[in-house]
Unconditional design. Sequence first.
Length: 332
Amino acid sequence: MTTRQFPSTRLRRMRRDEFSRRLMRETTLTPADLIWPVFVLEGKNQREAVPSMPGVERLSLDLLIEEAREAHLLGIPALALFPVVDASLKSELAEEAYSASGLVQRSVRALKEALPELGIITDVALDPYTSHGQDGIIDAQGYVLNDRTVETLLKQALSHAEAGADVVAPSDMMDGRIGEIRRVLEQEQLVNTRIMAYSAKYASRYYGPFRDAVGSSANLGKADKSTYQMDPANGDEALHEVALDLAEGADMVMIKPGMPYLDVVRRVKDELKVPTFAYQVSGEYAMHMAAFENGWLDADSVILESLTCFKRAGADGVLTYFAKRAARLLAQ
């Protein structure tokens, strides 16, 4: 690097005016960088607020389609679909997860019919469907069984792909599930169904509001997911996980949570140079909203700054509950 010295070099010169700040701006955020996570529930004309996520609602499919239409017009390329499953359909073995007539499967078909150009990403994980709230099938001691769980995840991913999902996104953190899902998709000639692997998903405490939203919090109780999700203290292990998922057939990888783990995003992007995404999770959203509602932070500017930070760190896209609001701001 060339050594530049004051006063011949005054870095503030380029910051003097808006035009020169724009000319040297290294990172640009657009609506095309955003993925909108949404919660779908049964019924018609149903709208339920999520108390721990102000401004976020669970929506019945008819209302979700209208909201999705607006998101598409704003330039958001994809939404990520998460179901709110009735307690009567939850079980030890999560059979509802792969029902062809399940809530997610029906929602995918309806969304693709209404908005064929909008990308639909589905969550492949069992926690919304299990009576115990874990992301897999458990043994008598409550330990999540890896290979047994993968058998059910295969059925779930296949049912989503057959319904028309553009991207299946395994978020469970079971070993080997990406390779098995890819094998089944190829076997069934669903070769263009993309896999977004939640490759570095940490056993984080930032997920609480999301679990409230999908209704798995009460089922999970005081249990945690540290036997399969990653230790927040580990960074090198994340690169190992990402590399394994890529070798097994992932098309893109996810880091979750987001802002507290931007160092991991940067390392993955620098070292592996693959499509890399991050999730601004429910806890991050809830903290921002608390600050906004108390007048401690300016909402519009902080939303855009936070999302720009993801891009600067190397994320190709961000899952964020602020997607629609951010897209409107970017259009101004």
